[in-house]
Write a protein that binds this ligand. Structure first.
Ligand SMILES: [Zn+2]
Length: 647
């Protein structure tokens, strides 16, 4: 390792960095390159292409890598600054491979809360355009989830996957880790021979004999979309340009669940223009994956909790597919603009669902989400950061994961829905089509969007719309459009009746007179509502409509009819367990424990631990369970839950 500590060099640069990090978000918006969550000097020098050479070692649970950055020096910079966190830098060179010169580098201090990690400052000659960083990951590389064979479906082979969003790519690749920069990438990855590597790039469908895989992503993407997974994986095509990877045992189940994917792609293209990434595949991960899905380009990572057997959670697939336009084609410039990724995607997801399954289903999905948004707004109002219910956030000196709330997703989508209602669907669709092609393969800030909206929709159509209230004020404006669903009203009625002593689910017996061989006979008919009579979202809303004070006796009766305690449907499980904890139904604790030992998706895990930790009688149960389980959760989930038990 050549580590030359040039005192003045580092001191001057580090003081510059500190100053940058303390700037307010409004100042940053005026500078297109500054990002609260990256140390990189993108306004001076930036990566245009990244080539990775990775050796994935399951025995030591480490990746040994070289990151070769081909850079554009905009400003005669003599230093290139990268983000790193939890990785060990071994050597830095400049120049083409095999004709490299060793470069001096300095690693800055960790920031106060260790959110950003450390800056890696590399001294370069302004003529150098290639910087090669030799490194290895450590047990603190939070993007990486190394799974023992017992945590996979087959229980035979280990599994590795990465999760880079928001700022974890720097924990497995030394990189300028800001969504404001886009670049192309390629990779050569070596893995154990019996396993297969896949990336968010062009993939080979077959297993390689020597365990070496080559990848290329010819379209420019932001750093958080680089992704890798390694495991015992098979490919199954669904159409000429769609398919999925999964462990062999899951193939049949997945094929049944994902059968509508080709139709979703056709519907999405019909709405907002050509799919620009050539191939669209899914990768089914083990249960510890912290998100429902992650829109890694060309290869969406999905959580197995969406495989329910009845395709009732396929809106997650529509959501991730929609990201191929909103998020991946047009990306948020900073994490303060996260709604630009998610609000557009939820809006687009509902439109795809409407095309495929009709308005009623799309409305039910939207109403389930708005119910959650109303609760989220109350939670945020009473939190340390009541300003977080604005669409444009200020996450300076905070972990950008704190901005991943229903505000970005649902309030963002509702903003666009209300705008659509005001402009008319035809006009609004045309506007969105132009939006996606105007900003294709670029990153935009909220301010860029406002300018575009004013110019291309509001002034053109002479529309007066309170976009500023939606974007810069807390809560929900009054012009939020209202929708309703007769099917959900029925669930409300059932919940009301059931909680008011009418057992609407008990078998009802009636007799019908029928004629058999000229004789009139009485036939006994038993009628009873069944679980299959309603879709997941109807059950979710039924459970939410029940009062928190419901008696344990009634909960047990519902469980005897529908088996909610042991449901395999994680969405229903979350609502059911929430109700049970609120109603102090102790009998359900073993089932909650089983659930929290199986699933690592933060959406399900965090609220349950949160609720248990708030109840004095369940706090110890939750703490003991979390302590024994935390190393199984991905860092995204683990770090969020850990905070609950800190004081
Ligand atoms: Zn999303």
């Amino acid at each position: 390792m050549k580590l030359l500590l040039q005192f003045i060099f580092s001191l001057v640069l580090l003081s510059c960095i500190q100053e940058t990090k303390n700037k307010s978000v409004t100042e940053n918006l005026s500078d297109p390159f500054l990002d609260d969550h990256s140390y990189s000097n993108l306004n001076e020098i930036k990566t245009r292409h990244l080539h990775l050479e990775l050796d994935v070692n399951f025995r030591s649970k480490k990746i040994f890598g070289v990151a070769r950055h081909r850079m554009l020096n905009l400003n005669n910079a003599d230093t290139a600054i990268f983000d790193i966190k939890g990785i060990e830098i071994q050597k830095v060179t400049t120049g083409e491979k095999n004709a490299e010169n060793e470069a001096d580098f300095v690693i800055g201090k960790y920031d106060k809360d260790s959110i950003l990690g450390q800056p890696l400052l590399v001294k370069i000659d302004p003529k150098d355009s290639i910087v090669n960083i030799y490194y290895k990951t450590t047990e603190n590389s939070e993007a990486l989830d190394w799974l023992e064979p017992k945590l996979t479906s087959s229980k035979l082979h280990p599994f590795l996957y990465t999760q880079g969003q928001a700022i974890l790519t720097r924990t497995w690749i030394p990189i300028q880790d800001s969504p404001s920069n886009r670049f192309t990438y390629s990779a050569e990855v070596k893995v154990p021979k019996h396993l297969k590597a896949v990336m968010s790039a062009k993939n080979s469908r077959e297993k390689s004999e020597n365990g070496i895989y080559n990848f290329s992503m010819p379209n420019s993407i932001p750093s958080y979309l680089i992704a890798l997974a390694v495991g015992d994986l098979n490919y199954t095509p669904l159409s000429s340009n769609t398919g999925f990877y999964c462990e062999p045992q899951l193939t049949k189940k997945c094929k049944n669940e994902f059968v509508d994917l080709p139709k979703m792609l056709v519907a999405a293209e019909k709405l907002y223009g050509k799919y620009r990434w050539n191939q669209y595949d899914l990768l089914v991960l083990p249960y510890s994956f912290p998100f429902g899905g992650m829109e890694n380009p060309m290869l969406t990572f999905v959580n197995p909790t969406i495989i329910t057997g009845d395709r009732s959670l396929v809106s997650v697939i529509a959501h991730e597919l929609a990201h191929s336009w909103s998020g991946n084609l047009v990306s948020n410039k900073t994490w303060n603009d996260f709604w630009i990724n998610e609000g557009f995607t939820v809006y687009f997801e509902h439109r795809i669902m409407e095309e495929l399954y009709g308005k009623e289903i799309a409305d039910i999905l939207a109403l389930v989400e708005i119910f959650e948004l109303d609760e989220e707004i109350i939670r945020i109002k009473n939190s340390k950061h009541p300003e977080d219910s604005k669409l444009l956030l200020n996450l300076n000196q905070r972990n950008p994961d704190e901005g991943m709330t229903d505000i970005a997703y649902v309030k963002g989508a509702w903003f666009l829905r209300s705008l659509e209602a005001r402009a008319g669907r035809k006009v609004f669709d045309k506007f969105l089509n132009y939006y996606f092609s105007s900003f294709a393969f670029s990153t935009i800030s909220t301010r860029d969007f406002i300018d575009y909206l004013k110019k291309n929709l509001l002034s053109q159509q002479n529309i007066d719309f309170n976009y500023n209230e939606w974007i810069n004020q807390e809560g929900l404006p009054n012009n939020k459009i209202e929708i309703s669903s007769p099917r959900l009203l029925k669930m409300k009625e059932l919940a009301y009746k059931f909680s008011n002593e009418e057992d609407v689910f008990a078998p009802k017996i009636r007799y019908e007179r029928i004629r058999i061989k000229k004789k009139i006979k009485k036939k006994k008919i038993v009628e009873q509502l069944k679980k299959e009579d309603f879709i997941t979202q109807e059950w979710q809303m039924f459970i939410r409509y029940l009062p928190k004070s419901i008696t344990v006796d009634k909960l047990e009766r519902l469980n005897s009819y529908f088996g909610f305690n042991r449901t395999e449907n994680a969405e229903i499980a979350l609502d059911w367990f929430t109700l049970c904890i609120n109603a102090n139904y102790d009998g359900v604790l073993p089932d909650i424990e089983r659930f929290l030992r199986k699933i690592g998706r933060r959406k399900f895990v965090l609220p349950l631990y949160e609720l248990l930790a708030q109840k004095p009688q369940y706090k110890n149960f939750a703490k003991t369970l979390f302590d024994s389980q935390k190393n199984y959760y991905h860092a995204v989930t683990k770090n969020s839950v850990e905070k609950l038990f800190m004081n």
